[in-house]
Write a protein that binds this ligand. Structure first.
Ligand SMILES: [Zn+2]
Length: 219
């Protein structure tokens, strides 16, 4: 799952508009932001097998980001961090933590069994990637439903809908471009991690822009 993860950020923003959108976008993809950093650092490892359906990634070593205890730790850590650093209210911080955890649940749906229930333990994954068309439909469908809730909540708050719609449009474009990008077979190189991390950070920055531009009628 790639852009489908951001649907969780949109749902969270609709539920708790006090949480900044850049924080929620980063939260929904935090585990993968950490993963791309660990790929760059050589702490975690992955392989590309272009013959695989849905995603060509063979995610054989990612205990620090995608095991269940790691996902709990990243979620709790993020909730505490935003409460301390951004001084978000407790509920908004909790929503950020839950958004981080949503990543693991959505990965559980699409990944082939590569998510460890504990480091070195049994691997789980329901493998929707093996059915690429329904998998894409789920990702885009999640964006449509949760994006719709986000746009509705913005309208309720008297805010423009278009920044949210433009952001969703960007994500759909990103998904299509990523899908058409062939990956060379073999060990995933650290340069690929740099590229992936740059894309995640760009999305966080663009998500932040959707919180700007004041209310309707404001100058
Ligand atoms: Zn992931």
């Amino acid at each position: 799952m790639f852009v489908g993860h951001y649907a969780a950020a949109m749902a969270a923003k609709a539920i708790e508009p006090k949480a900044p959108m850049w924080t929620l976008a980063a939260a929904s993809q935090l585990v993968d932001i950490g993963w791309s950093g660990f790929i760059i650092a050589g702490v975690e490892h992955a392989r590309v097998d272009p013959s695989l359906p849905g995603s060509s990634l063979v995610l054989y070593d990612m205990p620090w980001t995608h095991s269940l205890p790691a996902a709990f730790a990243w979620s709790a850590g993020a909730a505490i961090l935003v409460k301390l650093l951004l001084r978000l209210p407790t509920w908004a911080s909790t929503v950020v933590g839950l958004t981080v955890f949503s990543h693991w649940l959505l990965d559980l749906l699409v990944h082939r069994p590569d998510l460890a229930l504990w480091p070195g333990g049994a691997n789980v994954g329901l493998g929707l990637w093996n059915y690429p068309v329904p998998e894409q439909a789920v990702e885009i469908g999640l964006l449509a439903v949760c994006g719709g809730a986000w746009v509705a909540s913005r309208k309720g708050l008297g805010r423009f809908a278009w920044p949210a719609i433009a952001f969703i449009g960007f994500l759909v474009t990103l998904q299509i471009v990523a899908m058409l990008q062939p990956q060379p077979a073999g060990e995933l190189p650290s340069q690929a991690g740099v590229m992936i991390l740059a894309i995640y950070l760009l999305v966080v920055a663009l998500a932040g822009l959707t919180d700007l531009r004041g209310n309707k009628g404001a100058s």
